[in-house]
Design a protein around this ligand. Structure first.
Ligand code: MG
Ligand code: ZN
Length: 227
């Protein structure tokens, strides 16, 4: 009755609706346990795991109880890197879900069976490295951090505006590499602001470990907003 385009759109809408219902349940489960979740987004190699490696010891030192869920198509490398901090870690390999290039709410629901949320303050969920579909899947998070490496150039916010528009905090990562690159940091800031004037933007490099205090303050704001 309808042409293919319209039919396809309604299928996608239904998938997202079903996802959003489970996402709302996930959010409720987290809140009942006193935890809040942060969805970590970014391209492959942007430094999502490296950012967590810097953040987690800092947050632990400041009295926060942290857990992490990792989404990858294959491999448990990221989970191994974080397990040295003795925090609860769960790895979702999306290979089991057909090699999905994003996390969805049902996958997180399943991961909750393997992680004790009671007593956690913040649950980081590192999404699959991808700037496209993770943007539209609510997984039950309370806030989103997008990690963008300076090595990706200045135009990513303009090419992938949706994910930037649906992000609360952008971490411009690897700023220590700037002297070696022909990249304009001011233009990166300007392009982010041009698609999302409200999000907070922080510069970061694992080498200098700067701005972790601002990340902590941002997390506290998300926590308060939740309550
Ligand atoms: Mg990673
Ligand atoms: Zn995808």
């Amino acid at each position: 009755m309808t042409d293919n385009g319209v039919t396809n759109i309604s299928i996608v809408t239904n998938i997202l609706k079903a996802n959003d219902c489970i996402a709302a349940e996930n959010r409720k489960t987290l809140e009942d346990s006193g935890a809040f979740a942060i969805n970590i987004l970014g391209s492959p190699g942007a430094g999502k795991t490296a950012f967590l490696e810097a953040c987690i010891p800092y947050l632990l030192k400041n009295g926060l109880k942290v857990g992490v869920i990792f989404g990858d198509i294959t491999t448990t490398n990221d989970a191994k890197r974080i397990s040295v901090y003795k925090v609860p870690v769960v790895q979702i390999m999306t290979e089991a879900f057909g090699g999905s290039c994003h996390l969805d709410a049902p996958m997180i629901r399943k991961a909750f069976e393997k992680i004790n949320l009671d007593g956690l303050d913040v649950l980081f969920i590192e999404n699959v490295g991808n700037l496209v579909c993770p943007a539209v899947f609510d997984i039950g998070e309370h806030g989103r951090i997008l990690v963008l490496s300076v090595t990706e150039g200045e135009d990513k916010p303009l090419k992938y505006p949706v994910i930037f528009q649906r992000t609360d905090l952008v971490i411009i990562n690897k700023v220590d590499l700037l002297p070696h690159l022909d990249v304009d940091l001011d233009l990166i800031h300007k392009n982010i602001k041009s698609v999302n004037s409200k999000c907070q933007v922080l510069e970061f490099s694992k080498k200098e470990n700067k701005n972790l205090d601002s990340v902590l303050n941002w997390l506290k704001k998300i926590h308060n907003r939740k309550i």
